[in-house]
Design a protein around this ligand. Sequence first.
Ligand code: ZN
Length: 490
Amino acid sequence: MENKLFIYNTLSRKKEEFKSINPNSVGLYVCGPTVYGDPHLGHSRPAITYDILFRYLNHVGYKVRYVRNITDVGHLESDGDVGEDKIAKKARLEELEPMEVVQYYTDRYHQYMDQLNVKKPSIEPRASGHVIEQLQLVDDILAKGYAYESNGSVYFDVDKYNETNNYGRLSGRNTEDMLSTTRELDGQTEKRKSYDFALWKKAAPEHIMRWPSKYSDGFPGWHLECSAMSARYLGTEFDIHGGGMDLLFPHHECEIAQSTVANGHTPARYWMHNNMITINGQKMGKSLGNFITLEQFFNGNHELLEQAYNPMTVRFFILQAHYRSTLDFSNEALQAAQKGMERLLEGCSKLDKLEPGSESSFDVKDLSDKCYAAISDDLNTPILIAHLFEGLKWINTILAGKASLKEEDLEALKALMNTMVFDILGLENSEQTSGGSDQLLDETVNLLLSLRVDAKTNKDWATADKIRNELQNLGFVITDTKDGFEWEIK
Ligand code: ZN
């Protein structure tokens, strides 16, 4: 492989050169969403981070099998094996079948990932479709003596595992700290130690999602699904496991422990973790009133948003930070991202207007080397974007007649800019995402016209006329009807 890739491996805590177990098929597993709510800004960062990895691996010639799961069972409200299943709870509150909730939010997730131009994974397995594989893992871990049954549930025995392994290897925690930070919770009496975790949970009578097993009618522990599905589709040892930093502990730590007992080694060689997005410096949370869904970002309908943002603006905003850094949302930051992205896309649209000259004022090969060095250095997209702005400066200087590129250098610059901006960073011109902007236009015009209806009701004829006249000047045809209004574009 001509282009090397260096990845910061959370497991070894250092940057390592990526070497695939089988160069003809790179195995990439990423923990996907638990589908019980509308996709929000937090969902976009892991999706976009591993999309860049997927795109770059493909670009340098690897064949990649990218598995990203859908969690549709077993994710309880607390990570401590207590509380209601998140999906079952939503189903109960909405009086729906749990699988109706799953289908609805999976469709919504796909819709918003499409708008963000996130490529689809090769396989998108669901936890509920792999209960047999998960039960086989429970049997295996129990048979090897690293789990115990308690009241119809099965728990992983962390102390036993620690005799020969290190639970905490990935997250850098140790069990003494875990003991001092875990509270006594309901149901914990079933466990020998509070840090033991459920492989199988006996279902309470009111629990809807349940499967029969020799242990009890119950459901798999949340961490088990990724061990079972990654082994099923990528083998017991694969290349890269990715996910958000919030999954590092306990989820990924538990995955490593389960797979190590079952297969004798960690499931993946490289572990990657993207950092979180904060909103005006605060963690995003429903109780903090700063929880913004992607739909709200794209239509501007949230009190913290000064305007609607194009999906590509959100994508560019995320790519302007390195994936391991925290990223803080603010309207100013997104507005700056929008301006920057528009300049870059506009520059690319001018590439075809450039005419070759008799000599080259710039070193295109050097710029290309710098771009590849940035993206292959642990996906350093902010540095890559800085180099692309250097290319943008060249385009404008050539257009102004103050510099030139010979034909072959000009062709190389065009190829470089197009490859980096569209294929690897995955940006799109807004015409290509017209689905989103059409919707935005509809909603904006409807909003203005409903303000006009309000103005007429209040006999504020000046405002009502101003809205109609200005919209007509912009090319809209407005018709008053007995129910309100209709409009079209001339
Ligand atoms: Zn997972």
